[in-house]
Structures are given as C-alpha cells and as structure tokens.
Design a protein. Structure first.
Length: 367
C-alpha cells in the first residue's frame, strides 16, 4: 500500500492499493471496480481513498480525478465541499435551504454530487434539484460552486444524520448561517478553509450554528475571511444536546480566536453541554465591548459547563483581558471548572469584574 500525490493538488494524496473490505462489505463492489486506487465509470474516474497529506487517517472519502485533472490546484478551488455517507443503495440526501426572514435569497449554483452523475443547477431555495439519490451506498464528496447563500439543517432536516464532514465553506456568497448545521449528529469535522461571507440583516444571527453535533471533534475556524464582524447573536453557537450522556461529547479543544465578536451582544450557552472541553485557546482575545449591551443575561444559561474548563493560563488571560475592556454588567457567567491563579493579576481582574462591573461568576476557583 502506498499513498501517492494527486496531480495538481498539493494538499491531498490517494491510496494506490486500497484494501479489499471483504465480500460482506457494502463497499466491496466499489473496490472491485477500482484499479490502482482509481475507479472508472465510463469517461469519469475517481480516487477511491484519499486523505490530507500529513494525516494518519486511512479514509477521508473520495475525490474526482476528472476534476483535479481539469481544475488545477486545490488553492484554486472555491467550492463548498462536504462529505456525506449513505448506508443503503438508492438512498437520497437533500440540502436544506431557507427562504430567510424578510428576504428571498438568490441561488445560482451547481452541485457536483461526487458519484460521476450529471451536475445539478440550483436556482432557488426550494429547487427540486437539492435532492439527489445515490445508486450505491458509500461516502461521497459533494461540491457546490456559484451562489449558495444559506443552508439550515435546523435540527430537523431529514438528511442531517448523513453529512459527515464540512471540508470547506467555500466562496459561495454566504448570507445566513443561523442554525446552519444544528442537529448534524454524525458531523465530525468542520473546516472553514477558503470562504467569503456577508452576514447582514437576518444573517447577523448565528445562534445555534453548530449546536447538537456530539461527534464534532475537529473544528478549524482559520482560513480565508470567516468574517463574523457583523454578527450580533452567538447564542448556543457550539452547544451540545443535553440528551447526550455526560462525557460522551467529542469536542475537547477549539481555537476560537478566529471569531470576531466585536458586535456580539449575546452569547449565552455558547459551549453548553459539551462536557469534555479542556481548553479554549484564543478566547482571551475576544472583543466583548458589545456583550451585554441589551441584556444582563448575555452569558447566562451556562456559557461553559462543568466539568469542562480552560487551561489556567487561558483563563488567567481571559480574566485580565476582559476586565480591561470595561464590559457591560453580565449576570450568572459560568466558566465550568476553569481555575485561575490566586494572589495576582488574574484574581484582581476577576474581582474587578465582580465588584466594578457586577458580574456573577461561577468557576473552579484558585489553583
């Protein structure tokens, strides 16, 4: 078995001798159709097992060989890319889009479903072409290009359990991501990659964006222009479901320094019900100058739940940085089991938040 470079793609590699999953596997018939790690279907060809260079994963999905032969490097790829999995032949997936509140979004997109079938053109939020049926069960990388301004799984979309990874948000003109991936219970990865956003109007609300995704363990908000500067509401942004048993959530750490919170007025329950968080690098860099402007409950409803916590160094930095911003009055702030260094600047800053700005703080106390 060898992992080889994909021509024109500096970031991905493919396996030229994937292992036979066995005759009882639903993937066996696909393995029989490949040679040297490439499956042929008429004029179309697909790399059957790929991964990012440097990864130790044995299987991160498929990539279209035709696409990379024709489109140059991944850096030129501006598509919204996701990985889906169907478990039965003839199973369908549907992109859930939304008309929006007080506006009608403009769609002018093309979807490559990743199964060597014809692409689909989308011209409205309720276009029948948003549903696709896969002849064969398996994992498929779906690419969307053009204008695709909104998606809303919302916790109830029928296909929410079939999306496995967001590989790149893409430059598709995002306008509204409120409850975007809520309830995607099998989502494990969310990678921003290259993207452009103009979240204004109804899009200022990004509440519940990645809520109720208990298997989500890899979040990467870095990349191009993940612009949340116009967002005012981040309530329950990464909240998990209370129905998930304590200790069963996958998220342990996430760098939140890439989130522009300068206009966020409320973020209550942001990390609620995620029980395994051990650190939140970058949270001390948040601009909280608008937080609590409209309500003292801006961080209420369990911002970070026990037993989750930040490292002491991160929590110390947060207390010092946030107290220096002369914040609005905020009640009932929970920082989980985070501990701070006693007798120094962090403890003094915490006391300033309490005495000067009226904060009511629950945390793990001093180290």
């Amino acid at each position: 078995m060898a992992w080889r470079d994909i021509p024109n793609n500096p970031h991905w590699e493919y396996n030229d001798s994937p292992v036979d999953p066995g005759p009882k596997s639903r993937m066996h018939h696909l393995w029989l159709r490949q040679s040297g790690g490439i499956r042929l279907n008429g004029i179309f060809s697909t790399y059957t097992r790929v991964r990012r260079k440097g990864s130790t994963s044995e299987d991160m999905g498929e990539l279209s060989k035709n696409f990379w032969d024709a489109h140059g490097t991944e850096d030129d790829d501006v598509s919204f890319r996701t990985l889906w999995e169907t478990t039965a032949d003839g199973e369908s997936i549907t992109w859930p889009c939304d008309q929006g509140s007080g506006y009608t979004p403009t769609f002018d997109a093309v979807i490559d479903w990743g199964d060597d079938t014809a692409n689909t053109t989308i011209t409205s939020f309720n276009d029948s072409g948003l549903t696709h049926t896969y002849a064969t069960a398996g994992q498929y990388t779906v690419r969307i290009t053009g204008t695709f301004p909104t998606v809303i799984f919302g916790g109830s979309a029928p296909s929410r359990t079939k999306i496995k990874k967001v590989l790149q948000l893409g430059n598709v003109g995002w306008k509204n991501l409120k409850r975007g991936f809520k309830g995607c219970t099998n989502l494990t990865d969310f990678i921003v990659g290259s993207t452009t956003m103009n979240l204004s109007g109804d899009g200022e609300n990004m509440g519940e964006f990645l809520r109720d995704c208990p298997l989500l363990s890899n979040i990467d908000f870095s990349g191009g222009n993940f612009d949340t500067s116009g967002v005012t509401n981040m309530n329950a942004f990464l909240r998990c479901s209370a129905s998930v048993p304590v200790g069963d959530t996958a998220l342990t750490t996430v760098n939140v320094s890439y989130l522009d919170t300068s206009n966020v007025t409320t973020a209550n329950g942001f990390f609620r019900d995620n029980d395994n968080i051990t650190n939140l690098p970058g949270i001390d860099t948040w601009d909280i100058s608008s937080l609590g402007r409209n309500s003292v409950n801006a961080l209420d409803t369990r911002f970070l739940d026990s037993p989750s916590k930040m490292s002491t160094a991160t929590y110390d930095a947060l207390l010092i940085a946030w107290a220096a911003q002369a914040p609005f009055d905020v009640d009932n702030v929970r920082f989980g089991d985070s501990t701070y260094t006693g007798g120094g600047a962090a403890e003094a800053a915490r006391q300033t938040l309490v005495d000067t700005y009226g904060w009511i703080i629950a945390d793990g106390g001093t180290v």
